[in-house]
Design a protein around this ligand. Structure first.
Ligand code: ZN
Length: 138
C-alpha cells in the first residue's frame, strides 16, 4: 500500500517538474472557492457554483502551467494588491478608532483641522496655527 502511494507520489513529482505548482495566489483562490461552495450550499445559486468551478479550473491551470514567468507575475500582482488592501484596512480601522475617540473641528479662521477628545462638554479651542479661539461642544 505504502509502495503504491510512493509510486504515485513519484509519478506526480515527475509530472510537476517544470510546472509552476502552488503559490500564495493559489491558496487564495482555493479559499475563494471554498467560500463560494459554502455560499452555494446556503443560497443554492447556480452562479456561485459555476464561479467556484471556474476558480477551480484557474487554480489547476496555474498549478500545472509551464509558463512560470507569467504565473510568477500574476502572483506578484496578487501580493501587491493584498498588501495595498491590508494597508487600506489598517487606515480605515485607525480612522474609525479616531472618530470614536476624537472630534475633528475646522478652525473658522484658517481652516486648520483640530482634533479634540470627545465627551468633555463645551470647550474653548485655540487654533495652533492662527491662534483664533472658538467654542465647540466636544
Ligand atoms: Zn486657525
Amino acid at each position: 500500500m505504502n509502495d503504491w502511494i510512493n509510486r504515485w507520489r513519484q509519478k506526480f513529482e515527475r509530472f510537476m517538474i517544470g510546472r509552476y505548482g502552488v503559490d500564495p495566489l493559489a491558496r487564495f483562490l482555493n479559499i475563494c472557492m471554498i467560500v463560494l461552495l459554502i455560499a452555494n450550499f446556503l443560497f443554492r445559486s447556480h452562479l456561485l457554483y459555476w464561479l467556484a468551478l471556474l476558480i477551480l479550473c484557474c487554480s489547476y491551470f496555474r498549478m500545472f502551467s509551464k509558463n512560470i514567468p507569467a504565473r510568477f507575475q500574476e502572483n506578484e500582482r496578487y501580493l501587491r494588491l493584498r498588501f495595498k488592501a491590508g494597508e487600506c484596512l489598517k487606515r480605515w480601522r485607525f480612522q474609525g478608532e479616531q472618530a470614536l475617540k476624537y472630534h475633528i473641528y475646522r478652525c473658522p479662521g484658517c481652516g486648520q483641522k483640530i482634533r479634540i477628545p470627545r465627551g468633555r462638554g463645551k470647550v474653548s479651542i485655540r487654533c495652533p496655527k492662527c491662534h483664533n479661539e472658538f467654542i465647540r461642544r466636544s
